[in-house]
Design a protein. Structure first.
Length: 310
């Protein structure tokens, strides 16, 4: 581990459709010997293991929003990374994400992050009970702590803090991913630099404010032409147009933010590497990477005390 701070793009595909060989959207940030997860898409569990990440070094996971392609492997990640027999966590860890949607007509009856975690623990309670007694593992329910992120009212552009420990400070802003609410972008500031994740969003100036001067902006990208050529319903096409960002749009946000580099990820639709990159390069003059699953990005500036970050 040459760098004390690195981004690992564990998976870069949007979903829930499978349209290629990339794993589903998930990223990890390793800070010194500790790592954090951002979303838990299809394949995240194996991808994290293959990247050398072990549950004993896991501290917290962050969910940008509750679409299935961002959370589908949260149960597997917890169950495959818990307990000493698998080099898993044996001390409390935290899962942070959106609460219930107050804008949805059936929102009070639908699960937020806390209920999703609770239902997971209930669904696998037979397995986890057996393993606690038969394999001398700690009680999983006592280790997994969920926290629903308090967010401002819809339409707010306020940047707010969601998490801090001795290694990272995590701030967030609401992004535009209708009809989903809340949908969040996260920025991770460390002593070695910063990485910002767009989550799923249409072009969003509030995201550019959050990402101001960031070392790496990880931004989603959609190829609308791919869907226009296909046999997709008008409602589906409207969702892609109104709720996602083209590669050109991601470039505009990176330029507005003054981001030092742009990593395109969460690819919706199909395009070639050169098509994704040239589209983003038309609006952003900086370093652009069309990310693939398992790619690693070292980030390091002169060390700064985390508590002093403004």
């Amino acid at each position: 581990m040459d760098s004390p701070f690195e981004l690992i793009t564990l998976g870069t595909a949007a979903g829930p459709a499978i349209r290629g060989t990339e794993d589903g959207i998930a990223s990890a940030l390793r800070v010194e010997d500790t790592f954090y997860m951002i979303d838990f898409g299809l394949g995240a569990t194996r991808a994290a293991h293959e990247a050398g990440l072990r549950g004993k070094n896991f501290r917290a996971g962050f969910v940008t929003h509750l679409h299935s392609d961002h959370v589908v492997e949260l149960p597997a990640f917890l169950l495959w990374n818990w307990g000493a027999p698998v080099d898993g966590f044996t001390a409390p860890i935290e899962i942070l994400g959106p609460g219930q949607d107050p804008t949805h007509p059936r929102g009070p009856s639908l699960s937020g992050t806390a209920a999703m975690v609770e239902h997971t623990l209930a669904a696998y309670s037979y397995d986890t009970d057996i393993r606690a007694t038969d394999e001398a593992r700690p009680v999983l329910r006592e280790l997994v702590k969920s926290r629903e992120i308090e967010v401002p009212a819809p339409g707010s552009t306020e940047i707010f803090t969601v998490y801090q420990d001795e290694l990272v400070r995590v701030t967030a802003v609401l992004v535009k991913h209708p009809p989903v609410f809340p949908a969040l972008a996260f920025r991770f500031d460390t002593a070695y630099g910063s990485v910002t994740f767009s989550g799923d969003t249409a072009e969003c100036e509030a995201l550019a404010d959050l990402a101001r001067g960031t070392d790496i902006l990880v931004h989603e990208a959609v190829n609308l032409d791919f869907f226009k050529r296909g046999n997709f319903s008008p409602a589906f096409l409207d969702h892609q147009r109104l709720s996602h960002t083209s590669a050109e749009g991601a470039g505009r946000i990176a330029s507005l933010a003054g981001a030092r580099s742009l990593v395109l990820s969460h690819f919706a639709g199909v395009a070639t590497h050169d098509e994704w990159k040239s589209s983003a390069a038309s609006t952003y003059p900086g370093d652009i990477t069309v990310a693939t699953s398992g790619q690693r990005f070292a980030v390091q500036h002169a060390p700064t005390a985390v508590e002093s970050l403004a």
